[in-house]
Design a protein around this ligand. Structure first.
Ligand code: PPE
Length: 304
């Protein structure tokens, strides 16, 4: 993994190897922390641009509000720190990971005086589900682990602790020979992937899970906009696993996963078993957009 030389910690750049925390860091023990995942792309003109930085920072602040953690920096300062971390990294493109966590102070489940700390790291990260997966599609399986109930964890917050459920699901299906997990919600409807939102296509129209039990994905939002701008119908509507089996096309969206086609679900081929025309169209507009090749979506880019 090519990584940045420095990590931003609480307002200062620290050398990668010295970016440490105390073992009694509260978040490490109990999982109350919030984070983001952001990509920076090399554009067609050679400049680097962070994709939808403001929206990621806004979601970080929303997550922190839900978690009752007061970030000791303004949104502008966080935007500047994320862009600054990327600039200082020496990388042209990569993945950025801001994290807000509770430092050491009191232990136990009523953190009183623990400081709210912020760190931002950058590293290069290729295709999350493989280059081949991006091109040809991946094989997924419905996990036996259910996505969080909306009242047992806060699904709108990108909470550190929420990802234990994702790790269980992902490990289960990867061990069984699949590429990624699909999690169902507590009512049995399709929710999302371990770290992605999900779309299905039927008769030329797209459907995606409503934002009830899933993360409000920024890639999901970008895809809905691209689809509508290309005269495709998009509905936010619950669907079952058998509706997914009989879809013409399906794909995952996420910052890390980008737009990854799904070619098989639970051993059933989706459509022709390869990325379909709608998926390919959206993928191609998306990759043009992140590289600054679509005027309409220039507003999504934060040039460094
Ligand atoms: N759902 C979940 C549960 C999720 O973690 C992500 C992002 C999404 C949907 C898509 O959201 P967005 O990135 O805004 O389109 N998952 C991040 C973590 C990946 C990781 O392994 O770490 C990501 O893609 O950055």
């Amino acid at each position: 993994m090519e990584k940045s030389k420095y990590i931003w910690m609480d307002g200062k750049f620290v050398e990668w190897g010295k970016a440490n925390v105390h073992i009694l860091t509260h978040t490490l023990h109990y999982g109350l922390g919030v984070f983001e995942g952001i990509r920076c792309y090399t554009c067609a003109d050679g400049r680097s641009a962070i994709f939808r930085l403001r929206e990621h920072t806004d979601r970080l602040f929303d997550s922190a509000l839900i978690a009752e953690m007061e970030i000791p920096f303004s949104r502008d300062e966080i935007n500047g720190a994320i862009a600054g971390t990327m600039k200082k990294s020496g990388l042209k493109d990569g993945y950025l990971r801001p994290i807000v966590y509770l430092g050491h102070g009191s232990m136990g489940l009523f953190p009183k005086n623990n400081p709210v700390r912020v760190a931002i790291a950058a590293w290069s990260w290729g295709a999350y589900l493989g280059e081949e997966g991006l091109k040809k599609g991946i094989r997924v399986k419905v996990s036996s682990y259910t996505r969080h109930h909306v009242n047992s964890s806060m699904t709108k917050a990108k909470l550190v602790g929420n990802y234990v459920n994702s790790i269980f699901a992902k490990r289960e299906v990867v061990t069984a020979g699949y590429d990624e997990a699909v999690l169902l919600d507590t009512d049995g409807f399709v929710a999302e992937g371990s770290g992605e939102n999900i779309f299905m296509v039927k008769d030329g129209a797209l459907k995606t899970t409503p934002l009830t039990s899933v993360l409000k994905g920024i890639t999901r939002d970008s895809v809905m906009r691209i689809a509508r701008d290309n005269a495709l119908e998009v509905r936010e509507e619950r669907f079952t696993r058998d509706e997914l089996y009989t879809a013409d096309e399906a794909f995952f969206t996420g910052t890390a996963a980008e737009i990854t086609p799904i070619r098989e679900v639970d051993g059933r081929k989706i459509g022709q078993g390869r990325p379909g025309p709608v998926t390919k169209k959206i993928q191609s507009v998306f990759f043009d957009a992140v590289k600054g090749k679509v005027k309409n979506y220039e507003g999504w880019l934060w040039y460094l």
